[in-house]
Design a protein around this ligand. Structure first.
Ligand code: HEM
Length: 422
């Protein structure tokens, strides 16, 4: 593992743009000037380890074309990145973002995994959860009020933004909501695994998080086999027709992905959204006056400061994008957060504007085969979660310095100190 970190650090010292994305603290705080620089350099910018793309059209093309896959084993030759990655994974248990996770599986296996769970996340099924989301928001906002000291700040992330998504995904999957704090702890231990160049401490925490989550899921599956409910995980456990049944490993990884993806991202939408609206009181006033604008405000938050900043694709064949030739096995990093600030698509892209007409053209949920399975759920939680918060506590204000999460791929706040009343 040390090798991976050394490799990334060495590349960064040699001026490798992509490696800087993962290590430079200035870029972590504000990656947008960096994306602009990459966009102005070219449609695809070559680094020592991988190519970067921040143009909206190029990112869309890479995400949609069959020439690009998500499975790291698509890489045929031992390239530096593949080797470093393999070494870094040695001894690591299989977690929610490792094969056979659908996130890193290409069709046809990908299509099969997705088909098994998609019905629970369709627009219609999620719209049916609206009153449940409203009820959970009301309860959590009551709890938040009780937790808030008369004077002094309360952490909006720990007390609200993280709790709504974990409560909802626990309910959808049929796992006990009382365990939500444990799920959150495992999730935040695991989430740096999306980044390159972890410290040894982070690496150990990732490993422990995965082991504990997997062990709990195995125990849960054993309980469901003995006493199934009518929830999604029971259905997955009970699949028995030939060609349908999932192995224990597939089950653990699929359930782990649904859980972790269900809350590790939406927490950022809620935290970032709160911070952005507090920083733009005129836009918040507009939303209070015209509440039908909330769904578009959620799209603008997703565009302006995307919870998932980058992803990765592997060239499955030699190919060409925007006149640039790519070789089989090469890695492209579609920078979603950068594409969402592309001035060719979004006028005055660095301005936060909840009335923006085409905010929904953002790529925050990716595009193509891996388009976020939970997008409808995330949008509903964003809309109701933010609207209820500001309606319930109209005098909500920052009360301290927000602290960013240390992760690079996932962007948001770890702590957002606020006061609820004047
Ligand atoms: C995939 C973003 C919420 C489940 C993705 C991808 C992105 C994303 C960018 C695709 C990555 C790629 O193309 O490589 C987000 C954001 C969210 C969010 C920004 C919140 C604001 C959720 C929720 C769930 C979820 C609530 C609940 C289950 C998934 C799953 C995948 C996925 C299962 C893998 C889909 C596949 O590989 O086919 N998400 N997500 N996400 N997301 Fe989300």
């Amino acid at each position: 593992h040390g090798l991976l970190r050394l490799g990334i650090a060495a590349a960064a010292r040699r001026g490798d743009t992509q490696a800087r994305l993962f290590l430079d603290p200035v870029i972590r705080e504000n990656p947008y000037p960096f994306y602009r620089q990459v966009r102005q350099t070219g449609a695809l910018v070559r680094g020592r380890l991988m190519w970067s793309a921040t143009r909206h059209d190029v990112v869309t093309e890479v995400l949609r074309r069959d020439a690009f896959g998500v499975h790291p084993d698509t890489v045929p030759a031992p390239r530096p990145l593949a080797t470093l990655r393999r070494l870094s994974r040695r001894g690591m248990p299989i977690g929610p973002i490792d094969p056979p996770s659908m996130l890193v599986t290409d069709p046809p296996a990908h299509t099969r995994y997705r088909r098994l769970v998609v019905k629970v996340f369709t627009a219609r099924a999620i719209e049916g959860l609206r009153s449940q989301v409203e009820r959970h928001c009301a309860d959590l906002l009551d709890e938040l009020g009780r937790a808030a000291p008369h004077r002094g700040p309360v952490d909006l992330v720990a007390r609200y933004a993280s709790l709504l998504p974990v409560t909802m995904i626990a309910e959808i999957l049929g796992v006990p909501p009382q365990l939500r704090q444990r799920f959150l702890d495992w999730g935040s231990a695991m989430s740096p695994a999306l980044d390159l160049g972890l410290s040894l401490g982070q690496f150990r925490r990732v490993e422990a998080g995965i082991r504990q989550l997997n062990a709990w899921l195995r125990g849960h599956f054993a309980r469901l086999r003995a006493d199934p409910g009518d929830d999604l995980l029971s259905q997955l456990v009970l699949l028995d027709s030939d060609g349908e049944r999932l192995t224990e490993e597939e089950l653990v990884v699929l359930a782990g992905l649904l859980m972790a993806a269900g809350f590790e991202t939406t927490v950022n939408l809620l935290g970032t959204g709160t911070a952005l609206l507090l920083a733009h009181p005129e836009q918040l006033a507009l939303l209070r006056a015209e509440p039908h604008r909330w769904p578009n405000a959620v799209e603008e938050i997703l565009r302006y400061d995307s919870p998932v900043q980058t992803t990765a694709r592997y060239c499955r064949t030699d190919t060409e994008v925007a006149g640039v030739r790519l070789r089989r096995g090469e890695v492209v990093v579609p920078m979603l957060g950068g594409a969402n600030r592309d001035p060719a698509v979004f006028a005055d892209p660095d301005r936060f504007d909840v009335t923006r007409g085409n905010a929904r053209d953002h790529l925050a949920f990716s595009s193509g085969a891996h388009y976020c399975l939970g997008a409808n759920l995330a949008r509903l939680e964003g809309e109701i979660g933010l609207r209820s918060l500001f309606e319930r506590y109209p005098d909500l204000a920052l009360d301290g310095v927000p602290q960013r999460r240390p992760t690079r791929v996932l962007r948001g706040y770890d702590h957002l100190p606020v006061r609820l009343r004047p």
